[in-house]
Design a protein around this ligand. Structure first.
Ligand SMILES: Nc1ncnc2c1ncn2[C@@H]1O[C@H](COP(=O)(O)OP(=O)(O)OP(=O)(O)O)[C@@H](O)[C@H]1O
Ligand SMILES: [Mg+2]
Length: 306
């Protein structure tokens, strides 16, 4: 697969541990990459570098082989960018803003504008200043997509939209995916990520900490077996076996073990030697998988520890 977006060792240190540090990832042609991480992790900062609004201190960011800092104008025209915080010029009405963005992007596709206004149920005749947060967001959506760009940078795109509009937006992005668009999507909404993303990268404290295939998680990246014992000796002996323990909680005598399909026989041959009080199995959901990273490993597979 051809890489459309390339982020290579991107570093921008804002001091006090803030910023992005040696961040590397890419988005292939027609691929949707979910970009996840807690507040302040560095998602918007990375996207701003991709739009050429900030210059890397070191490392490289490229879109379609173009250096994002040097080719800022070309990037602006070929990429649909939905910023995390929408700030619009307040002296204009919606139509005037659309016209201004058309001039800036040097593209005028009124049919597409009408299609988007209709889809997102926006009447842009009022002044931008008086628009609600959601209406401003919709106006940003219309202007980001009106020149039908092949590459989409979406920074928490559904924040501020009501639940119906969130659904409309997700359906719209599904259509865009089918039309072959390459998409980088930052989000805190797991259902949105699950519905749209092919691959997921997790950033924390400015560093990329995991990258995973969404299908792999959806189809059970890990099966978690939770085993509870009556006898502390059983608990201790079981803990010495060569299984992949995620958690062992001495106070409840519970263990959570990762058992992938190829390890199932090994797991059964170990577990049959013990007297077990309770047993349960489940696949890790996308949400659990992320919370595991978000929460500094304090819970996994339905067992949590303080
Ligand atoms: N221009 C700047 N000057 C100083 N610090 C900055 C600047 N831009 C970003 N930061 C800091 O870098 C860190 C990353 O911010 P960023 O906005 O990228 O986070 P985020 O992952 O988008 O978070 P959120 O989920 O809250 O949107 C934050 O600690 C922020 O304060
Ligand atoms: Mg952000």
């Amino acid at each position: 697969m051809n890489n459309i977006i390339n982020v290579n060792e991107l570093t921008h240190d804002y001091g006090h541990g803030r910023g992005v540090f040696e961040v590397s990832f890419n988005v292939g042609d027609g691929e949707t990459l979910g970009f996840l991480g807690p507040n302040g992790a560095g998602k918007s900062t990375t996207m701003r570098h991709l739009m050429g609004f900030s210059k890397p201190q070191s490392g490289k960011v490229e879109i379609n082989g173009l250096n994002c800092t040097k080719e800022h104008n070309k990037i602006m025209q070929s990429v649909g960018y939905l910023p995390g915080e929408v700030s619009l010029p307040e002296g204009l009405n919606g139509y005037q803003f659309i016209k201004m963005m058309q001039d800036m992007k040097k593209s005028k596709n009124d049919d597409r504008v009408r299609y988007l206004l209709d889809k997102f149920e926006l009447d842009p005749s009022g002044s931008v200043k008086r628009m609600s947060i959601g209406e401003k967001r919709k106006l940003a959506v219309v202007t980001a997509f009106m020149n039908d760009p092949d590459i989409l940078l979406l920074d928490e795109p559904t924040s501020g939209l009501d639940p119906i509009m969130q659904e409309t937006f997700i359906d719209f992005i599904k259509e865009e995916k089918q039309r072959g668009k390459s998409i980088l999507l930052s989000s805190h909404i797991f259902s949105e990520v699950e519905a749209l993303c092919d691959r997921i990268a997790i950033i924390k404290d400015g560093r990329l900490i995991s990258s995973v295939d969404a299908a792999q998680i959806k189809h059970g990246l890990h099966n978690i077996m939770t085993v509870e014992f009556d006898d502390p000796k059983d608990f201790a002996d079981f803990g010495r076996s060569e299984l992949d323990f995620k958690l062992r909680d001495r106070s409840t005598l519970k263990c959570a073990v990762v058992v992938d399909d190829e390890d199932i026989n090994k797991f059964i041959s170990v577990i049959r030697k013990f007297k077990i009080k309770a047993f349960s199995e489940h696949s890790v959901t996308l949400e659990e998988y992320f919370m595991h990273f978000y929460k500094n490993d304090r819970s996994f597979g339905g067992v949590s520890y303080a």
